[in-house]
Ligand binder design. Structure first.
Ligand code: ATP
Ligand code: MG
Length: 362
Protein backbone atom coordinates (compact mmCIF):
# COMPACT_ATOMS: atom_id res chain seq x y z
CA UNK A 1 0.00 0.00 0.00
CA UNK A 2 1.40 3.37 -1.02
CA UNK A 3 0.07 6.89 -0.86
CA UNK A 4 -0.38 6.79 -4.63
CA UNK A 5 -2.35 3.52 -4.53
CA UNK A 6 -4.69 5.03 -1.93
CA UNK A 7 -5.23 8.10 -4.09
CA UNK A 8 -6.03 5.83 -7.04
CA UNK A 9 -8.52 3.88 -4.95
CA UNK A 10 -10.39 6.90 -3.64
CA UNK A 11 -10.27 9.32 -6.55
CA UNK A 12 -13.14 7.57 -8.35
CA UNK A 13 -15.53 8.20 -5.45
CA UNK A 14 -18.36 10.40 -6.64
CA UNK A 15 -19.66 13.46 -4.77
CA UNK A 16 -23.35 12.51 -4.90
CA UNK A 17 -24.60 16.13 -5.06
CA UNK A 18 -22.36 17.18 -7.89
CA UNK A 19 -22.12 13.91 -9.84
CA UNK A 20 -18.36 14.37 -10.20
CA UNK A 21 -15.48 12.28 -8.86
CA UNK A 22 -13.08 13.49 -6.17
CA UNK A 23 -10.45 13.54 -8.91
CA UNK A 24 -12.57 15.74 -11.17
CA UNK A 25 -13.29 18.03 -8.25
CA UNK A 26 -9.61 18.10 -7.23
CA UNK A 27 -10.79 17.29 -3.73
CA UNK A 28 -7.91 15.14 -2.56
CA UNK A 29 -5.32 17.38 -0.96
CA UNK A 30 -2.95 14.74 0.38
CA UNK A 31 -2.62 11.24 1.77
CA UNK A 32 -0.05 10.24 4.40
CA UNK A 33 0.87 6.79 5.65
CA UNK A 34 2.69 6.59 8.97
CA UNK A 35 2.93 3.01 10.25
CA UNK A 36 -0.65 1.83 10.60
CA UNK A 37 -1.96 5.41 10.53
CA UNK A 38 -3.45 6.69 7.30
CA UNK A 39 -4.43 10.34 7.06
CA UNK A 40 -6.52 11.60 4.16
CA UNK A 41 -7.03 15.32 3.64
CA UNK A 42 -9.90 16.34 1.37
CA UNK A 43 -11.63 19.56 0.45
CA UNK A 44 -15.35 19.73 -0.40
CA UNK A 45 -17.75 22.35 -1.64
CA UNK A 46 -19.74 23.94 1.20
CA UNK A 47 -21.85 23.26 3.14
CA UNK A 48 -20.34 19.89 4.03
CA UNK A 49 -22.56 18.81 6.93
CA UNK A 50 -24.82 16.57 4.94
CA UNK A 51 -22.31 15.05 2.63
CA UNK A 52 -19.08 14.69 4.63
CA UNK A 53 -20.12 11.53 6.45
CA UNK A 54 -21.12 9.62 3.30
CA UNK A 55 -17.90 10.58 1.50
CA UNK A 56 -15.84 9.70 4.58
CA UNK A 57 -17.53 6.29 4.70
CA UNK A 58 -16.80 5.67 1.02
CA UNK A 59 -13.14 6.59 1.50
CA UNK A 60 -12.83 4.33 4.53
CA UNK A 61 -14.45 1.41 2.65
CA UNK A 62 -12.22 1.89 -0.38
CA UNK A 63 -9.07 1.84 1.76
CA UNK A 64 -10.20 -1.14 3.84
CA UNK A 65 -10.93 -3.05 0.63
CA UNK A 66 -7.21 -2.79 -0.18
CA UNK A 67 -5.92 -3.78 3.25
CA UNK A 68 -7.27 -4.20 6.74
CA UNK A 69 -5.92 -3.23 10.13
CA UNK A 70 -5.19 0.42 9.39
CA UNK A 71 -6.19 3.33 11.53
CA UNK A 72 -7.80 5.78 9.10
CA UNK A 73 -8.25 9.48 9.79
CA UNK A 74 -10.12 11.63 7.31
CA UNK A 75 -9.91 15.40 7.52
CA UNK A 76 -12.58 17.31 5.60
CA UNK A 77 -12.13 20.98 4.88
CA UNK A 78 -14.76 23.25 3.41
CA UNK A 79 -13.75 25.23 0.34
CA UNK A 80 -14.03 28.90 1.26
CA UNK A 81 -15.97 30.91 -1.29
CA UNK A 82 -16.03 34.67 -0.81
CA UNK A 83 -19.49 36.23 -1.03
CA UNK A 84 -20.32 37.94 -4.26
CA UNK A 85 -22.42 40.66 -2.60
CA UNK A 86 -22.83 42.42 0.76
CA UNK A 87 -19.84 40.85 2.52
CA UNK A 88 -20.42 43.12 5.53
CA UNK A 89 -23.95 41.95 6.30
CA UNK A 90 -23.98 39.08 8.80
CA UNK A 91 -20.29 38.39 8.12
CA UNK A 92 -20.07 35.53 10.63
CA UNK A 93 -22.81 33.53 8.89
CA UNK A 94 -21.83 31.17 6.08
CA UNK A 95 -25.19 30.30 4.52
CA UNK A 96 -28.44 32.24 4.52
CA UNK A 97 -31.71 30.57 3.55
CA UNK A 98 -35.12 32.27 3.37
CA UNK A 99 -38.29 30.23 3.74
CA UNK A 100 -41.04 31.99 1.87
CA UNK A 101 -44.42 31.56 0.22
CA UNK A 102 -46.92 33.66 -1.60
CA UNK A 103 -49.77 32.62 0.66
CA UNK A 104 -50.38 32.55 4.40
CA UNK A 105 -50.85 29.43 6.44
CA UNK A 106 -49.16 26.97 4.08
CA UNK A 107 -46.60 25.91 6.69
CA UNK A 108 -43.60 28.23 6.23
CA UNK A 109 -42.92 28.48 9.94
CA UNK A 110 -43.36 24.75 10.42
CA UNK A 111 -40.91 24.06 7.59
CA UNK A 112 -38.44 26.74 8.78
CA UNK A 113 -38.56 25.39 12.36
CA UNK A 114 -37.98 21.81 11.24
CA UNK A 115 -35.34 22.72 8.66
CA UNK A 116 -33.29 24.59 11.29
CA UNK A 117 -33.67 21.69 13.74
CA UNK A 118 -32.67 19.12 11.09
CA UNK A 119 -29.53 21.10 10.21
CA UNK A 120 -28.57 21.41 13.89
CA UNK A 121 -29.26 17.70 14.40
CA UNK A 122 -26.65 17.04 11.72
CA UNK A 123 -23.98 19.01 13.58
CA UNK A 124 -24.24 22.43 11.93
CA UNK A 125 -24.38 25.63 13.98
CA UNK A 126 -27.73 27.15 13.14
CA UNK A 127 -29.68 30.35 13.72
CA UNK A 128 -33.37 30.90 13.07
CA UNK A 129 -34.68 34.40 12.49
CA UNK A 130 -38.42 34.82 12.83
CA UNK A 131 -39.07 37.67 10.43
CA UNK A 132 -42.83 37.43 10.75
CA UNK A 133 -43.50 40.57 12.71
CA UNK A 134 -47.32 40.47 12.77
CA UNK A 135 -47.55 36.79 13.62
CA UNK A 136 -44.29 35.46 15.06
CA UNK A 137 -44.74 31.73 15.57
CA UNK A 138 -41.19 30.45 16.02
CA UNK A 139 -41.10 31.13 19.81
CA UNK A 140 -44.16 28.86 20.25
CA UNK A 141 -42.86 26.22 17.84
CA UNK A 142 -39.61 26.05 19.86
CA UNK A 143 -41.26 26.17 23.27
CA UNK A 144 -39.73 29.53 24.20
CA UNK A 145 -42.78 31.81 23.96
CA UNK A 146 -42.52 34.51 26.60
CA UNK A 147 -38.72 34.41 26.71
CA UNK A 148 -37.01 37.81 26.74
CA UNK A 149 -33.86 38.44 24.78
CA UNK A 150 -30.99 39.76 26.87
CA UNK A 151 -29.37 42.87 25.50
CA UNK A 152 -26.38 45.01 26.34
CA UNK A 153 -24.62 48.07 24.98
CA UNK A 154 -21.63 47.40 22.77
CA UNK A 155 -18.44 49.51 22.85
CA UNK A 156 -19.91 51.77 20.18
CA UNK A 157 -23.08 52.28 22.21
CA UNK A 158 -25.29 50.14 19.96
CA UNK A 159 -27.67 47.71 21.61
CA UNK A 160 -26.72 44.07 21.02
CA UNK A 161 -29.24 41.30 21.64
CA UNK A 162 -28.45 37.69 22.44
CA UNK A 163 -30.51 35.04 20.68
CA UNK A 164 -32.40 32.49 22.73
CA UNK A 165 -30.93 29.02 22.35
CA UNK A 166 -33.16 25.96 22.16
CA UNK A 167 -32.47 22.45 20.78
CA UNK A 168 -29.07 23.68 19.56
CA UNK A 169 -30.64 26.47 17.47
CA UNK A 170 -30.13 30.20 18.17
CA UNK A 171 -33.43 32.00 17.80
CA UNK A 172 -34.29 35.66 17.37
CA UNK A 173 -37.86 36.86 17.02
CA UNK A 174 -39.65 40.14 17.18
CA UNK A 175 -41.88 38.20 19.58
CA UNK A 176 -39.01 38.40 22.14
CA UNK A 177 -38.98 42.19 21.87
CA UNK A 178 -42.55 43.41 21.52
CA UNK A 179 -46.03 42.02 21.66
CA UNK A 180 -48.47 41.48 18.82
CA UNK A 181 -50.63 44.54 19.62
CA UNK A 182 -47.61 46.81 19.36
CA UNK A 183 -46.66 45.31 16.00
CA UNK A 184 -50.20 45.55 14.65
CA UNK A 185 -50.19 49.38 14.67
CA UNK A 186 -46.93 49.73 12.74
CA UNK A 187 -46.73 50.52 9.06
CA UNK A 188 -44.59 48.71 6.49
CA UNK A 189 -41.46 50.89 6.47
CA UNK A 190 -41.30 50.90 10.28
CA UNK A 191 -41.55 47.15 10.28
CA UNK A 192 -38.76 46.90 7.74
CA UNK A 193 -36.69 49.07 10.13
CA UNK A 194 -37.37 46.68 13.01
CA UNK A 195 -36.44 43.79 10.81
CA UNK A 196 -33.11 45.39 9.92
CA UNK A 197 -32.41 45.93 13.63
CA UNK A 198 -33.23 42.34 14.32
CA UNK A 199 -30.74 41.28 11.72
CA UNK A 200 -27.89 43.63 12.47
CA UNK A 201 -27.96 43.83 16.23
CA UNK A 202 -28.11 40.19 17.18
CA UNK A 203 -24.94 38.53 18.42
CA UNK A 204 -25.28 35.44 16.25
CA UNK A 205 -21.64 34.40 16.53
CA UNK A 206 -20.27 31.97 13.95
CA UNK A 207 -23.08 30.17 12.16
CA UNK A 208 -23.10 27.63 9.35
CA UNK A 209 -26.74 28.46 8.54
CA UNK A 210 -29.19 31.21 9.29
CA UNK A 211 -32.77 30.34 8.35
CA UNK A 212 -35.27 33.18 7.86
CA UNK A 213 -38.94 32.48 8.47
CA UNK A 214 -40.66 35.11 6.35
CA UNK A 215 -44.16 36.49 6.63
CA UNK A 216 -46.48 35.58 3.73
CA UNK A 217 -46.54 37.59 0.52
CA UNK A 218 -44.16 39.91 -1.29
CA UNK A 219 -44.10 43.02 0.92
CA UNK A 220 -41.57 45.30 2.64
CA UNK A 221 -39.83 42.63 4.70
CA UNK A 222 -39.26 40.42 1.68
CA UNK A 223 -37.86 43.35 -0.30
CA UNK A 224 -35.59 44.52 2.53
CA UNK A 225 -34.33 41.00 2.93
CA UNK A 226 -33.57 40.46 -0.72
CA UNK A 227 -31.87 43.83 -1.06
CA UNK A 228 -29.73 43.70 2.06
CA UNK A 229 -28.99 40.07 2.74
CA UNK A 230 -26.71 37.94 0.58
CA UNK A 231 -29.05 34.97 0.54
CA UNK A 232 -27.86 31.62 -0.76
CA UNK A 233 -31.43 31.38 -1.88
CA UNK A 234 -35.09 31.03 -1.07
CA UNK A 235 -37.11 27.92 -0.41
CA UNK A 236 -40.73 28.35 -1.46
CA UNK A 237 -43.46 26.50 0.39
CA UNK A 238 -46.80 25.72 -1.19
CA UNK A 239 -49.75 23.43 -0.63
CA UNK A 240 -51.01 21.32 -3.57
CA UNK A 241 -54.13 23.30 -4.47
CA UNK A 242 -54.20 25.60 -7.49
CA UNK A 243 -54.98 28.72 -5.42
CA UNK A 244 -51.76 28.33 -3.43
CA UNK A 245 -49.74 27.32 -6.47
CA UNK A 246 -50.64 30.47 -8.39
CA UNK A 247 -49.38 32.61 -5.47
CA UNK A 248 -46.16 30.65 -5.64
CA UNK A 249 -45.70 31.65 -9.28
CA UNK A 250 -45.88 35.30 -8.19
CA UNK A 251 -43.42 34.68 -5.40
CA UNK A 252 -40.95 32.94 -7.71
CA UNK A 253 -41.10 35.76 -10.23
CA UNK A 254 -40.48 38.34 -7.47
CA UNK A 255 -37.35 36.51 -6.33
CA UNK A 256 -36.18 36.10 -9.91
CA UNK A 257 -36.64 39.82 -10.54
CA UNK A 258 -34.40 40.72 -7.61
CA UNK A 259 -31.89 38.00 -8.53
CA UNK A 260 -32.41 35.73 -5.55
CA UNK A 261 -31.71 32.09 -6.32
CA UNK A 262 -34.66 29.76 -5.82
CA UNK A 263 -33.31 26.70 -4.03
CA UNK A 264 -36.54 24.89 -4.75
CA UNK A 265 -40.22 24.36 -4.01
CA UNK A 266 -41.49 22.29 -1.08
CA UNK A 267 -45.04 21.01 -1.23
CA UNK A 268 -46.45 20.90 2.30
CA UNK A 269 -49.61 19.11 3.45
CA UNK A 270 -49.30 16.95 0.30
CA UNK A 271 -51.33 14.09 1.70
CA UNK A 272 -52.78 13.07 5.04
CA UNK A 273 -51.32 10.09 6.88
CA UNK A 274 -53.78 8.82 9.52
CA UNK A 275 -51.97 7.87 12.74
CA UNK A 276 -53.87 4.56 12.97
CA UNK A 277 -53.03 3.60 9.38
CA UNK A 278 -49.58 5.04 8.60
CA UNK A 279 -49.38 3.12 5.31
CA UNK A 280 -52.29 5.15 3.86
CA UNK A 281 -52.06 8.45 1.98
CA UNK A 282 -55.11 10.68 1.41
CA UNK A 283 -54.58 13.42 -1.16
CA UNK A 284 -56.99 15.90 0.42
CA UNK A 285 -55.83 18.97 -1.51
CA UNK A 286 -55.15 17.31 -4.87
CA UNK A 287 -51.94 15.84 -6.16
CA UNK A 288 -48.76 17.12 -7.75
CA UNK A 289 -49.38 20.91 -7.73
CA UNK A 290 -46.02 21.72 -6.13
CA UNK A 291 -44.03 19.60 -8.54
CA UNK A 292 -45.86 21.08 -11.54
CA UNK A 293 -45.18 24.67 -10.50
CA UNK A 294 -41.51 23.83 -9.90
CA UNK A 295 -41.23 22.26 -13.33
CA UNK A 296 -43.05 25.12 -15.07
CA UNK A 297 -40.77 27.67 -13.39
CA UNK A 298 -37.59 25.68 -14.04
CA UNK A 299 -36.65 25.40 -10.34
CA UNK A 300 -35.88 22.24 -8.33
CA UNK A 301 -38.71 20.36 -6.63
CA UNK A 302 -37.54 19.51 -3.13
CA UNK A 303 -40.23 17.09 -2.03
CA UNK A 304 -43.62 16.51 -0.40
CA UNK A 305 -44.26 16.88 3.32
CA UNK A 306 -47.33 14.96 4.46
CA UNK A 307 -50.00 16.38 6.72
CA UNK A 308 -49.72 14.57 10.03
CA UNK A 309 -51.17 15.20 13.46
CA UNK A 310 -47.68 14.85 14.99
CA UNK A 311 -46.39 17.75 12.92
CA UNK A 312 -49.14 20.06 14.11
CA UNK A 313 -48.74 18.87 17.69
CA UNK A 314 -44.98 19.40 17.50
CA UNK A 315 -45.63 23.01 16.54
CA UNK A 316 -48.15 23.54 19.32
CA UNK A 317 -46.12 21.95 22.12
CA UNK A 318 -42.87 23.57 20.98
CA UNK A 319 -40.89 20.49 19.89
CA UNK A 320 -40.28 20.24 16.12
CA UNK A 321 -41.43 16.86 14.83
CA UNK A 322 -38.07 16.21 13.12
CA UNK A 323 -36.46 15.98 16.58
CA UNK A 324 -39.04 13.53 17.91
CA UNK A 325 -37.72 9.95 17.78
CA UNK A 326 -41.30 8.66 17.96
CA UNK A 327 -42.11 10.09 14.53
CA UNK A 328 -39.27 8.82 12.39
CA UNK A 329 -41.34 8.56 9.20
CA UNK A 330 -42.09 12.31 9.11
CA UNK A 331 -38.60 13.09 10.46
CA UNK A 332 -36.93 11.16 7.64
CA UNK A 333 -39.02 12.96 5.01
CA UNK A 334 -37.98 16.34 6.44
CA UNK A 335 -34.34 15.24 6.72
CA UNK A 336 -34.35 14.14 3.10
CA UNK A 337 -35.79 17.51 1.99
CA UNK A 338 -33.15 19.28 4.08
CA UNK A 339 -30.51 17.21 2.27
CA UNK A 340 -31.98 18.36 -1.07
CA UNK A 341 -31.77 22.02 0.02
CA UNK A 342 -28.14 21.59 1.08
CA UNK A 343 -27.48 19.79 -2.18
CA UNK A 344 -28.99 22.69 -4.12
CA UNK A 345 -26.68 25.16 -2.28
CA UNK A 346 -23.64 22.98 -2.98
CA UNK A 347 -24.49 22.75 -6.70
CA UNK A 348 -24.70 26.53 -6.85
CA UNK A 349 -21.41 26.88 -4.95
CA UNK A 350 -19.74 24.59 -7.46
CA UNK A 351 -21.24 26.43 -10.42
CA UNK A 352 -20.17 29.80 -8.97
CA UNK A 353 -16.60 28.69 -8.46
CA UNK A 354 -16.44 27.36 -11.99
CA UNK A 355 -17.77 30.63 -13.40
CA UNK A 356 -15.23 32.59 -11.34
CA UNK A 357 -12.41 30.38 -12.52
CA UNK A 358 -13.36 30.98 -16.12
CA UNK A 359 -13.36 34.73 -15.50
CA UNK A 360 -9.85 34.57 -14.05
CA UNK A 361 -8.42 32.60 -16.96
CA UNK A 362 -9.89 34.89 -19.58
N1 ATP B 1 -47.22 19.07 7.41
C1 ATP B 1 -48.08 19.49 8.35
N2 ATP B 1 -48.85 18.59 9.03
C2 ATP B 1 -49.73 19.02 9.98
N3 ATP B 1 -49.90 20.28 10.32
C3 ATP B 1 -49.16 21.21 9.70
C4 ATP B 1 -48.20 20.87 8.68
N4 ATP B 1 -47.62 22.01 8.24
C5 ATP B 1 -48.18 23.02 8.94
N5 ATP B 1 -49.10 22.53 9.82
C6 ATP B 1 -49.96 23.32 10.74
O1 ATP B 1 -50.65 24.29 9.99
C7 ATP B 1 -50.73 25.52 10.70
C8 ATP B 1 -50.09 26.64 9.87
O2 ATP B 1 -48.72 26.36 9.74
P1 ATP B 1 -47.60 27.50 9.83
O3 ATP B 1 -47.87 28.41 10.97
O4 ATP B 1 -46.30 26.82 9.77
O5 ATP B 1 -47.90 28.25 8.45
P2 ATP B 1 -47.29 29.63 7.92
O6 ATP B 1 -47.22 29.52 6.45
O7 ATP B 1 -46.04 29.96 8.65
O8 ATP B 1 -48.44 30.65 8.35
P3 ATP B 1 -48.34 32.27 8.31
O9 ATP B 1 -48.55 32.64 6.89
O10 ATP B 1 -49.43 32.69 9.23
O11 ATP B 1 -46.97 32.65 8.79
C9 ATP B 1 -50.03 25.27 12.03
O12 ATP B 1 -50.98 24.94 12.99
C10 ATP B 1 -49.13 24.08 11.75
O13 ATP B 1 -48.87 23.28 12.91
MG1 MG C 1 -45.51 31.67 9.75
Amino acid sequence: MTEQSIIEAIQTIVDPDLGLTLQELQSIQSVNIDGIQISVYIELFPPVHWIAKSIEDSIREAILRMAEGFDIHIYVREILLPRATNPNVLPTVKHLIAVSSGKGGVGKSTIAANLAAALAQRGASVGLLDADIYGPSIPTMYGVAGAQMEAEKSETGALIGYPIEQYGVKIASIGFIMDRDQAAIMRGPMLAGYFTTLMDQIAWGDLDFLVFDLPPGTGDIQLTLTQRVPLDGAVIVTTPQEISVSDVRRSISMFKKVHVTILGVIENMSYFIPPDAPEKQYYIFGKGGGERVAQDSGVPFLGEVPLTIDTREGGDVGFPVVLNPEHLQQGDIIRSITASIVSSIRKNAHATRNTNTIQITL
